[in-house]
Structure formats: C-alpha cells, structure tokens
Design a protein around this ligand. Structure first.
Ligand code: ATP
Length: 581
C-alpha cells in the first residue's frame, strides 16, 4: 500500500499550478480571480468590522455616554457593515461563480475536443469506468478545487496580510501574537492535516476509483453474472470492496472531528489572548471601549480559517482527476487544419503497430479510386477494422502515408462529411427519429428526409409511427429490428452525402435473407460512392469491383472477383468454403 501511495501522491504545487488544465485558466482569467479574492477579503473585513463596531457600541453604551450622539457614528458603522457584509458577499459569490462557470465551460469544450478527436486511441487505452469517471467526475472535481481550495486559501492568505499590517500599526506585540495564531491556523494545522491524512486519503481514493471502475464493468456484464449463477459472488465482491472504503473513511472522519475540536480550542485561545492583550494595554479612558471590540473581531475569522485544513487535505483528492486529465492526449485541433477535397484514396508503404508493440500492417500499398467498390477480406484479427480506423484518421500510421489527394485524414477537419461508416450496431440516440437521422446534416428538410426514408425502404414504417419523424426513440433504439437499424444508418449516410463509405460487417448479425436484401440495398443506394466493404462472408461479393485479402500485415490476394474466382486457387477455395461447397 505504501508503494501505491507513493505512486499516487502528487505534490500540492503540481496539483494546483503545474498542470495543463488549471494553470492556463488561472493566467487567462486572472483579473476575475483577483476581483473575486478581493471581494472575499472585503466580505471578511466587513464581518470583522461589524463585530468590532458592535463591541465598541456595547462598551460605549455600557459606560453611559453623556449624549446619544456619541454613539451615533458607531451605530451607523454597525448598519453599514451589517448591510455591507451580505451585499458584498453576494457580489463576491456572483463574481466567483461566474468566473468558475466561464472556466468550466472552456474546460468542458477542451475535454470534449480531446475525447472526440482521439476517441479511438482513448477508447483503446482507458477502461470504460475511467472514461465515465473523466466525464462525470473530473471536471466537477476541478470546479470544486477552485471553489473549495483555491479561493479560500487565497482569501485567508490575503486577509492574514491585511490583519497583520493593521495590527502592526496598532501595536507590534499585538501583531506578533496574531502572527503566531494565524501561522498556526493558516499553515501549521493545514500542513499537519495534509501530512497525517495523505496516506489514508490516497488509499480511500484508490478504493473508490477501483470500486467505480469495477462496478461499471460488472454492471455492464450483469447479465453474464446472473446467467453464470454467480450473483452471490458479484454481491460479495462489491460488499468487500465497499467495506474497505468505509473503514478508511471512518478513520478520516474521526481525524476531522478531532481536528475540529483542536481548531475550536485554538479559536478560544485567540479570543482569550485578545482579551488579555486588550486588558493589559487598553487600561484607561476612551481605550477601554476597544477591549470588547478587539476581542469580538476574532469571531468572524473562524469563517475564513475554518475550511482551510479540509481544503488543503482535499487537494490530494483532486490529484487523480488532474492526473487523468493530464494523461489525455493533446487535442489535435491545431493539427486538423486541412480539408479533404479529392476522393481518391492512396495508402503508401503504410505500417502500423499498436502501443503494445503488436504489428498490424507492414508496408501496405493500396490505391482506391473514387467510386470503386472494394471488399476487404481476412481472418479475424488480421486488422480490417484497424484499417478502417486508419482510413478515417482515428489512428495514424506508424510509418508511411494514407492520403485523400494529398491530405492525410488524421490532419483533416472534414472527415465526418467525407467518410461515413456503417458498422454492426449503429448507435441510435435517445432522441427523436428526425434528430437521429439528421446527425450529419442538421439542416436537412423534411422533404429530403422522407425521400431518403423511401430510398432505404423505411417510409411506410415511419409513416405508421404515431408521431412520424417526431417519434421519440428509446435508448439504443430497441424498438427497431437489426435490419431497420441498418436501414436507418444507411439513411443517415445518404443524408450526410459522404463520398467514401466504410461498411464494417454491417450485416453480420442478421439472417441470410435480410442480409442479402440489405447488401443489395446498400450497393444500389451507394452507387457512385467509394465503398470499403469489410466482411467475413463472400455473399454479394460478385457485385463488387475488387477484392483484397489481408494476411500477416499485407495484401495476399488482390483482383476483380470474377477473375479471381476463375484464376486464383486460394480464392476459389475460400469461396467454396464460404458457400459450404
Ligand atoms: N487497442 C489495441 N491495442 C492492441 N492491439 C489491438 C488493439 N485493437 C486491436 N488490436 C489487435 O489488432 C489486431 C487487429 O484487430 P482488428 O480489430 O483490426 O481485426 P479485424 O480483422 O477487424 O478482426 P475481426 O474480423 O474479428 O473484427 C488484433 O490482433 C487485435 O487484437
């Protein structure tokens, strides 16, 4: 566990200031930050001065002033600070939350761009639980880091400086005494709290992350747990993991309670110190009125210093979020600055290996002309889907080049409008049918949509829906059959007007009759477009212009299907095997 702690520990300085998520915004929006901190300090000062003037009014009144006018100004001050405190606090909240929301919206955009542009490589590297964690928790954590740590620490720091300067004007002994108390509250207790809790906190975070990540996976595979009769094991694993989390949490709560008690004791000592100091130094005449004033002034300080220890301890909790976000690959917004114009695809001397070193392609060469219909065959795991990801620019060749004209898809900003994909299970969103269809062409008219629905053979089905195009589709589109979903996917592609279409085993889970009908439909409707048809089956292959067979990272067979059937023994055997001959 110590190893784990060392690995996961991050210096507070790095969490707060040496990361590419928070630091740039601290610089970019520093005027808003300074204003929020300034207002925070003024709020605290108002609270202190409210108590100070109240103390003065009480003392002065108790000593029976000759004239009510003698306390008129202090009473007015009580009113001013009494009203000023909530008003300035309100403005401070507006400023700091506005600042935070501005930054969070930029962070969300940045996160979205990183996830979207690197979706394939990120999906390969991260577990789904981690990905959900990033989307769900990490930005909220960063938001909390600002609100619960950065602001309170800066406000308490600035307030301490203001207090010490004011105290040193009154008396050096007062400033010295105050400096000791503020040093304990601002530095010593938060520092010791951090030191004492960092190990347990890291452990808690590790258990929680593990719990979140495992639970996500387990829930995704819930059906398999139930079907394999291991429901009890599932519950046992979960309860065990939760027990660990709870026991560490209990220790941390107990520590926080003891620290709270200690802080109360220090505050009480501070009040006693101020009382004693005032009693010793303010001994006659007008100065007697300030004894209660100075002592009471200490109370609002608790608001400023109270949350500090917890805030510093919490920074460690944000370390994971900062670390995970830092690990995301840089967004390639700036790299994707070219537009694909040509539709001729050229793959030259292309090699590709995954990060784990697995070589998928070695010096692959392939030229695909606009409008060509190409079948890509090969054993499972040979790299067909990887090739599709490379063509879409989701992955980049390790060496060599893939280009449309002379533009690499991984550097293009219009891939979505140029290359469409239909895979085994097109995703249907929990939205209206119209939104699902117009995903790639938001401004499609109803007329265009109906025309397209007719082309894919779905017009009458949609007409029969109670709300037609406005029908709300339930999550994952379960009310549609597999064939209907593929037709919807085809309609999306037709509306998008993409020229190159990758069909990645689109009919693999369908019965042979539907499969045949759908393939016929795809090839009819996609006439004139370039098709890369990835498949295991040789069904419908004769309708295509060209077939390639991948083996060991390169092309083993390449030719026109009829010619291959007549001339290539390997291909003939493959065809016979597929046909069950
Ligand atoms: N993220 C990854 N990291 C490492 N290896 C990977 C990764 N994704 C895929 N692979 C490996 O790369 C090889 C090619 O995978 P790919 O999915 O492209 O094959 P395929 O020909 O499409 O297979 P299938 O016909 O079964 O869909 C496989 O051996 C696979 O295990």
């Amino acid at each position: 566990m110590d190893k784990l702690n060392d690995k996961n520990k991050m210096k507070i300085r790095d969490i707060l200031f040496s990361n590419n998520w928070i630091t740039p915004y601290l610089k970019k929006y520093k005027s808003g930050l300074i204003l929020a901190v300034f207002l925070g300090v003024i709020t605290m000062l108002c609270a202190g001065l409210l108590m100070f003037s109240s103390g003065y009014v009480i003392s002065k009144s108790a000593r029976k002033p000759e004239n009510i006018l003698m306390i008129y100004v202090p009473v007015l001050m009580v009113r001013v600070f009494g009203i000023g405190r909530p008003v300035i606090r309100y403005v401070e909240r507006l400023t700091s939350h506005n600042w935070i929301l501005k930054i969070t919206s930029e962070l969300r955009k940045k996160l979205y761009l990183r996830l979207e542009k690197n979706s394939v490589s990120i999906a390969n590297r991260l577990k789904i639980g981690d990905l959900l964690g990033i989307l769900n928790e990490d930005l909220a954590s960063l938001q909390n880091l600002y609100l619960r740590t950065i602001f309170p620490v800066l406000i308490a720091g600035a307030l301490s400086i203001a207090l010490l300067i004011s105290a040193s004007v009154v008396s050096l002994s007062l400033a010295f005494g105050l400096a000791i108390f503020l040093g304990i509250l601002l530095i010593l207790i938060p520092f010791l709290s951090f030191k004492w809790t960092v190990n347990d906190d890291t452990r808690l975070k590790h258990y929680r992350n593990q719990l979140f990540s495992d639970l996500t996976e387990d829930i995704l595979g819930l059906q398999d747990w139930t079907l394999s009769g291991r429901k009890d094991d599932f519950l046992k694993n979960y309860l065990e993991a939760e027990k660990n989390t709870r026991s560490v949490q209990k220790g941390l709560f107990s520590f926080a309670r003891k620290r709270g008690l200690l802080l109360q004791f220090i505050y009480a000592t501070l009040v006693v110190f101020l009382l004693i100091w005032s009693g010793l130094h303010l001994t006659s005449g007008e100065s007697l009125n300030y004894i209660a004033a100075i002592s009471l002034m200490a109370f609002p300080l608790f608001d400023a210093y109270g949350p500090l220890s917890e805030a510093i301890v919490e920074t460690q909790r944000y370390a994971d979020s900062v670390k995970r976000l830092n690990q995301l690959p840089d967004s390639d917004e700036t790299i994707r600055n070219q537009a694909i114009v040509s539709d001729d695809l050229s793959i030259r001397d292309m090699s590709f290996s995954f990060e784990d070193g697995q070589v998928v392609f070695k010096n692959l060469n392939l030229e695909i002309n606009k409008g060509e219909h190409l079948v890509i065959l090969g054993r499972s795991g040979v790299g067909k889907s990887t090739l599709a990801s490379l063509v879409r620019g989701d992955l980049r060749p390790t060496s060599g080049k893939i280009t449309f004209g002379n533009v690499e898809p991984s550097k293009a900003n219009n891939v979505e409008s140029k290359i469409g994909v239909i895979n085994q299970s097109p995703y249907i969103f929990n939205a209206t049918l119209r939104s699902n269809l117009t995903l790639a062409k938001l401004d499609a008219t109803d007329e265009e949509i109906w025309e397209t629905l007719e082309l894919v053979g779905l017009k009458s089905m949609v007409e029969s829906l109670p709300n037609g195009l406005a029908e709300w589709i339930n999550e994952a589109g379960t009310q549609f059959s597999g064939g209907e979903r593929q037709r919807l996917a085809l309609a999306r592609i037709l509306l998008s007007n993409a020229q190159t279409i990758i069909l990645d085993e689109p009919t693999v889970s369908l019965d042979p009759i539907t499969e045949n009908q759908l393939l016929q439909l795809f090839f009819d409707r996609l006439k004139g477009k370039t098709i890369l048809f990835i498949t295991h089956h040789l069904l419908g292959i004769q309708r295509m212009d060209r077939v390639i067979f991948l083996e060991n990272g390169s092309i083993k067979i390449d030719g026109e299907p009829h010619a291959l059937l007549n001339e290539n023994e390997d291909f003939k055997r493959l065809y016979q095997l597929d046909q069950g001959i």
